[in-house]
Design a binder for this molecule. Structure first.
Ligand SMILES: [Zn+2]
Length: 325
């Protein structure tokens, strides 16, 4: 019985993908759902005491790579593609075949800077832990020039080892206002070849740590998600916000249990699908393999989108950008 249902669902998803444009002109636009994974190691995972990753964000462990590939397989089976963002350091690893496999399967890989630098840094020490310990690597650059070089170098690493240009840009960390008021950074990204960037992560309530989120908290997250839709900055750069609540928000900041996270994600997604909005799920395989080893969050999103029929589609963020244009 399960097999029949799955085959049916697969067939419907294929039909949705090819008919999305036609549907858009007759009825409200379908909700666009992206499943995005930032490919980096995260402090506090896999062990809470762990902070050494701050100095080697891109030194991915095997568990994170395996999780990414399996997540990609599940998303593709549901008719979609995964959108990942890579830290340039990762391309110093001996083997990047797993990333080539992602590309081969049609998944997207964007630029997440070379060393996971902080774009809103005011001083050099704010850029990244690595440069506090090894400031000589900056070769006397100021903040603006160090940022530019760090982003350019990630693109160069991708071109060299994967033979592709990055599929968009995502800032390390998300900013409540995105890059609003920072025309200098918007212009830098445009100048580096990006037409869109994912920089905004809206402020939202999270409730008391280690407590199941109250319905007011969930409502607050839904409101924040509604208010953070793709938009254009004055310079022409497109902003594609990340959607709350992220895995790090839930499991590091909120110390949530997995079931609470699934509840919140499900509620936000239901509203998003009903309203035909964009939902940009943000997670990190280095966190998820620890807290969600059975891929329940990704499966939940896939299931909801498939069940929504023509009202939703799992796409990469490039499709968000196309719609925003
Ligand atoms: Zn990151």
């Amino acid at each position: 019985m399960m097999i029949h249902r799955r085959d049916f669902l697969k067939a419907s998803v294929g039909a949705i993908a090819s008919s999305t444009l036609a549907v858009a002109s007759e009825s409200p636009s379908p909700a666009l759902i992206a499943i995005t994974l930032d490919l980096e190691m995260a402090r506090n995972f896999p062990r809470w005491e762990e902070t050494g990753w701050d100095y080697e964000k891109g030194n991915l462990n095997q568990e994170s790579k395996d999780y990414t590939l399996e997540a990609a397989r599940r998303v593709k089976q549901a008719g979609g593609r995964l959108h990942t963002f890579a830290v340039g350091q990762t391309f110093e690893q001996e083997n990047v075949d797993w990333m080539k496999q992602l590309i081969h399967e049609g998944h997207a890989i964007g630029n997440h800077t070379y060393d996971h630098v902080y774009l809103l840094a005011k001083d050099l020490p704010d850029l990244q832990y690595r440069f506090q310990r090894a400031p000589w690597l900056l070769e006397g650059r100021d903040v603006a020039s160090a940022l530019r070089e760090n982003i350019r170098r990630c693109t160069q690493a991708m071109e060299t080892r994967l033979g592709i240009k990055p599929a968009g840009f995502r800032t390390p960390g998300g900013f409540a206002q995105g890059l609003t008021g920072r025309e200098d950074l918007q212009r830098m990204l445009l100048d580096l070849g990006f037409t869109w960037a994912s920089c905004q992560y809206p402020a939202h309530p999270i409730g008391e740590p280690m407590k199941r989120p109250a319905s007011a908290t969930i409502d607050g997250i839904i409101e924040a998600q509604k208010g953070a839709q793709p938009r254009r900055y004055p310079t022409g750069l497109l902003e594609i916000p990340m959607s709350p609540i992220s895995d790090i928000g839930a499991f590091r900041n909120g110390r949530w249990e997995l079931s609470w996270f699934l509840e919140a994600i499900g509620a936000v997604l239901d509203h998003c699908i009903a309203g035909g909005q964009c939902f940009d799920f943000l997670a990190h395989p280095s966190c998820l393999y620890v807290v969600d080893p059975k891929f329940q969050a990704i499966d939940l999103i896939c299931r909801k989108v498939v069940n929504a029929g023509p009202k939703a589609a799992i796409v990469t963020l490039d499709r968000f950008a196309e719609r925003a244009r």
